[in-house]
Design a protein around this ligand. Structure first.
Ligand code: HEM
Length: 411
């Protein structure tokens, strides 16, 4: 007799090779969470999948029980390294690294530069298939590795060659390669991990950060009153100069707008799946060993019990009471527990400086048609593992002649 309790509410296999919805997984999962509860069990080709639809459930399992919830399913599309990442991406080191092209020390020189194209290709491979562990490439073992390896090795070799000729810029990879060379060790596995780490830093960091910036532009353009308030704050605090990281604490409203943009439309709507390493019991339900565990971050950031009127873009929700509502900053955008995003400080710093600089210099408006009327693009996104606005047009208007001079002085 099995002493274990039954699992969470189970959805039937839908008579399709893959039970997972192919489109708008986050939306469908949110609907399941509303109907069946915030812990739902699905099976796809014999694989147990647990979908967590609330911060409470995600925190209880992925954070508090992270000892057994920190494994990953195997993602042929997306082998994630960890070892060499975390130390470099903390605190002030990030601000120093930001002035370089971070993974490989490469600066884009012209529109013909091959590196942005490589980054795009990496992004397509890593993100195009959908959420790792839930997409057809990962469930059915189709090989995509050779192409990935070619991109990874090419960029790695380039930095090795630059180091040999003394032309390498300071970067994540050059720093770690220098350490490796001076250690005098011969360790091919270490080199392989390093090469993979730089490749993912480039691919993962580029796509997530850029999607967040794109969404910020897309969102701020829709709310001219909010943009005006940010402009007022920037002008009052900076007095017409460009922002610096030291200004961050003095710009609380801008901070709220950036956080609200990230909450309103989450860039990694379903996080990255975890895998539970032992049978576990939660609220009297069995979570079977080996289950893939998904946190539905988009649903967590739209939880009515935490965020009033979650569909409304309301930056002041994060301001302390009584000016605002004291609602929590959506840190869960970066995941949970031991697998939390190691690039979060880097991403946060990069997004802040881009948003602050753009709004100091520009007013961002929808593009005008031939009659001079603004055409607001529809609120539509392309979503796979990451989510970003569908291609849209907008206009960056310089806010003053002084800003023109400031920008020209930087060129
Ligand atoms: C706004 C930008 C970003 C967002 C929203 C984001 C979000 C996430 C999320 C949700 C996870 C999964 C966490 C979990 O499993 O619970 C993750 C993992 C990861 N992220 Fe990020 N990320 C961002 C930027 C970056 C950057 C800039 C880098 C690297 C430079 C990076 C590198 C990674 C890596 C390597 C992992 C896997 C960690 C592991 O498996 O242990 N991310 N990220």
């Amino acid at each position: 007799q099995n002493p274990l309790p039954p699992g969470p509410p189970s959805l039937p296999i839908l008579g399709h090779a893959l039970v997972m919805p192919r489109k708008d997984q986050a939306g469908v999962f949110l609907d399941w969470s509303k109907r069946y509860g915030d812990v739902v069990h699905v099976e796809a080709l014999g694989q147990s999948i647990i979908i967590l639809g609330s911060h409470e459930a995600a925190y209880d399992l992925l954070e508090k029980r992270s000892v057994i919830y920190s494994d990953r399913p195997r993602f042929p599309t997306f082998e994630l390294p960890r070892t060499t990442f975390t130390p470099t991406l903390h605190g002030n080191a990030i601000v120093k690294l930001l002035s370089h092209y971070i993974a490989y020390g490469h600066r884009v020189a012209s529109a013909n530069d091959p590196y942005p194209k490589i980054a795009e290709r990496v992004t397509e491979i890593l993100f195009g298939a959908g959420t790792p562990g839930l997409n057809s490439v990962d469930i059915l073992p189709i090989q995509v590795r050779p192409e990935q390896e070619e991109l990874q090795r090419g960029a790695f070799k380039k930095v090795q060659n630059e180091m040999a000729t003394g032309t390498a810029r300071h970067s994540f990879l050059s720093k770690h390669l220098e350490e490796y060379i001076s250690s005098g060790k011969q360790d091919d596995e270490h080199l392989e991990r390093l090469s993979l780490a730089a490749y993912h830093m480039h691919g993962v960091g580029f796509e997530t950060t850029w999607s967040t910036v794109e969404s910020f532009i897309f969102h701020i353009m829709r709310f001219p009153e909010i943009q005006k308030r940010v402009h007022e704050e920037l002008d009052r605090v900076l007095g017409g100069r460009l922002p610096d990281y030291a200004d961050r604490d003095s710009l609380p409203y801008l901070e709220c707008v950036i956080q609200e943009s990230e909450r309103w439309h989450t860039v990694v709507p379903l996080g990255v799946p975890h895998r539970v390493m032992e049978d576990d019991i939660y609220r009297g339900m069995l979570i079977p060993k080996g289950s893939v565990v998904i946190s539905n971050i988009q649903s967590i950031t739209h939880d009515k019990r935490v965020y009033r009127d979650p569909e409304t873009f309301l930056p002041e929700r994060f301001l302390p009471k009584p000016q605002g509502f004291g609602e929590p900053i959506p840190d869960y955008n970066f995941g949970y527990g031991r697998r939390v995003c190691p690039g979060r400080y880097l991403a946060d710093a990069s997004i802040w400086i881009v948003a602050a600089s753009l709004l100091t210099v520009f007013e961002i408006c929808p593009k005008k048609d031939k009659d001079g009327l603004e055409v607001m693009p529809p609120l539509e996104y392309n979503t796979s593992l990451t989510s970003h606005p569908k291609m849209f047009q907008c206009q960056f208007n310089l806010r003053s002649e002084k800003m023109r001079a400031t920008i020209e002085s930087l060129a």
